[in-house]
Write a protein that binds this ligand. Structure first.
Ligand code: ARG
Length: 585
């Protein structure tokens, strides 16, 4: 099936060449869906932007384009409005045929990209032995969705977990482990160290109060860096313990990610420093070796150094990221790297990218992008915390979402006098609870701070996961009620559009490929959420107004096709957000 936008774009190209010559080939027709159906379906805005280069008034340009524009198989005759907008209205037959083709296409009319790239999504990336907090949850949810979209577009995607598994904090953790859990120091012992967050707190407490412990911790850092056996075993045991805890969460969230932590780059760091030095970029600064990136100053207005090697010879977070850039572009062949990391690290990435560029480590075909997101706040607008002021544990947060979803579900089952099995209830509650947490995050513009509210995310009305899941279930209900097998509707059956609500639904459905393409490019999953929300609304309006099972043929089958296409679109869209649908709920 040919994408509507691609067809329109090609026709505009032909018209432009015919009207103004080959110089204008490839000009963007600037097509956007109209805001008001009164003006048709699409509006082309190119005449305005051509006014200057062509030295003509935009309305005259629009007239010349329209004179050469052949859209008779797709649209009614184009209309010129205002200063030079070209308004297009699809022919009903075209809409009907496109919808039918979309319904029969497993990709729902979304073509994979012509030139697949190798894309790395660097996301989640919690720190070992520290709590994986809500910020990491945002990165995990947004990163997974962006990775899913890139994969769907046909790119080769490497999902990387840049875990913080290295650094001086391991000195105190190793020392505490030696004292508190010596049995973990036998290589391959696989001892359960218990909750690492508590463990971290205990180690920190000792570090802050016990001088002898502090000295031993400093020695442990040196041991670890030099690869001494016991320190290494202790470090591995700590990493393994964290890994298991993280993995439990990833499994529950249905997220695939490959661990490639900071320690992976250790063997490459000395080279990075040496190369920066020989390129003349490295500067001594108060005993440390630093690089100055242009345009970065501290609060006093002095140039802000990016520390590459600390006074004690240790390397920094930035050094590892520089090594990672080299590895990812050279070894992985990455052409696009998305860093899904909180907005607070904006300066870090801007500096690192600039230094990498100065060092010549970013090939011209490679694009590095920091994909920032805002902080999670409680309903009081303050930093998200438990009532007692502790950081919220992710497991508790997901448990609470699921248990609230379960209460809602059980209440509804009672009012509807439905008896369901425990398995059904548990599965549905898990899907709704987890789906709601994900959707609530993804439906916000990621750059804003985000207010976490169980009540809002689980509400049945509004731009929420439950609303979307219900729309899907509603369609499946039609198939059950009418004993319809959507997969086997007659192949020759057509879609006929008549009611206004059918047209509105139809036009919206046909924008799917544009929306997904936009998310793949601009990296804002909330755009897809908004699309799905409007789709559910338009479907509900259609379903409230139009009889489906009670309609006479051929309208009945036509409407069943529309229902099925809506459900498939919801299912695909939600799957790109990492949310699974339920057939009943
Ligand atoms: N571990 C870091 C943190 O918790 C995030 C790492 C992000 N990725 C990167 N390549 N720097 O803040």
């Amino acid at each position: 099936m040919k994408s509507t936008l691609a067809q329109l774009t090609a026709r505009f190209d032909q018209a432009l060449i015919a009207a103004f010559g080959p110089d204008l080939a490839g000009t963007d027709p600037m097509l956007v869906p109209t805001s008001n159906p009164k003006f048709g379906d699409y509006q082309a805005n190119l005449a305005m932007s051509l006014a200057k280069p062509l030295q003509e008034n935009p309305r005259a340009i629009a007239t010349q384009i329209v004179a050469k524009l052949d859209l008779s198989d797709l649209c009614e005759p184009p209309e010129i409005a205002g200063p030079g907008f070209i308004n297009l209205r699809f022919k009903t037959q075209y809409l009907e045929d496109q919808l039918r083709a979309m319904q029969a296409d497993p990709r729902l009319g979304v073509a994979p990209v012509a030139h697949p790239q190798t894309v790395i999504v660097d996301f989640s990336s919690p720190n070992i032995a520290k709590e994986m907090h809500v910020g990491h949850l945002r990165s995990t949810i947004i990163g997974d969705s962006l990775a899913r979209v890139q994969e769907f577009m046909g790119h080769q995607v490497l999902r990387l977990n840049h875990v913080g598994d290295w650094g001086t904090q391991f000195g105190m953790l190793i020392t505490h482990l030696k004292d508190a859990c010596p049995e973990a120091l036998t290589p391959g012992a696989a001892v359960d160290i218990g909750d690492l967050v508590t463990f971290y707190k205990q180690a920190k407490q000792r570090f802050d109060t016990d001088d002898d412990f502090k000295t031993r911790s400093r020695e442990a850092v040196v041991d670890l860096q030099s690869g001494e056996a016991t320190a290494t075993t202790a470090w591995k045991a700590l990493c393994e313990q964290s890994r298991q805890a993280f993995q439990t969460l990833y499994d529950r969230l249905d997220i695939t990610i490959q661990e490639r932590g900071e320690s992976f780059y250790n063997p490459l760091l000395a080279d990075v420093v040496q190369d920066l030095d020989s390129l003349g970029l490295l500067v001594e600064n108060q005993g440390a070796r630093v690089v100055f990136a242009d345009g970065f100053t501290n609060k006093d207005g002095d140039p802000l150094p990016l520390i590459i090697q600390k006074t004690d010879g240790g390397y920094n977070y930035a050094t590892t990221d520089l090594a990672a850039i080299r590895y990812r572009t050279q070894q992985d062949g990455a052409e696009r790297v998305l860093y899904v990391v909180d907005a607070g690290q904006g300066n870090h990435f801007a500096q690192v990218f600039q230094v990498a560029a100065k060092a010549g480590w970013i090939p011209s075909n490679v694009e590095l992008t920091h994909v920032p997101f805002g902080v999670v706040q409680g309903e009081d607008g303050k930093k998200f915390k438990t009532r007692s002021g502790e950081t919220v544990r992710l497991k508790d947060l997901l448990d609470e979402a699921v248990s609230r979803a379960r209460i809602d579900l059980e209440t509804r089952l009672q009012t509807e006098q439905r008896a369901e099995t425990e398995d059904f209830i548990q599965d549905a509650a898990e899907a709704v609870g987890i789906g709601s947490v994900k959707y609530a995050d993804l439906s916000q513009n990621r750059t804003s701070n985000y207010i976490f509210s169980f009540d809002k995310m689980l509400a049945l009305q509004g731009n929420t996961a439950p609303y979307m899941l219900y729309a899907y279930v509603r369609v499946q209900g039609i198939s059950r009620k009418g004993d319809i097998d959507f997969a086997h509707l007659p192949a020759e059956a057509r879609i006929y559009l008549a009611d206004d609500t059918e047209f509105a639904l139809a036009r919206h459905l046909l924008q799917l490929d544009e929306v997904i393409g936009e998310v793949a490019q601009d990296l804002y999953p909330n755009r897809l959420c908004q699309y799905l929300f409007e789709l559910s609304q338009k479907f509900n309006q259609f379903y409230d107004r139009c009889a489906v099972l009670q309609a006479a043929e051929p309208q009945r089958t036509s409407r069943l096709l529309l229902c099925d296409l809506t459900a498939k679109t919801l299912k695909l869209g939600l799957s790109l957000l990492g949310i699974r649908v339920l057939e009943r709920m």
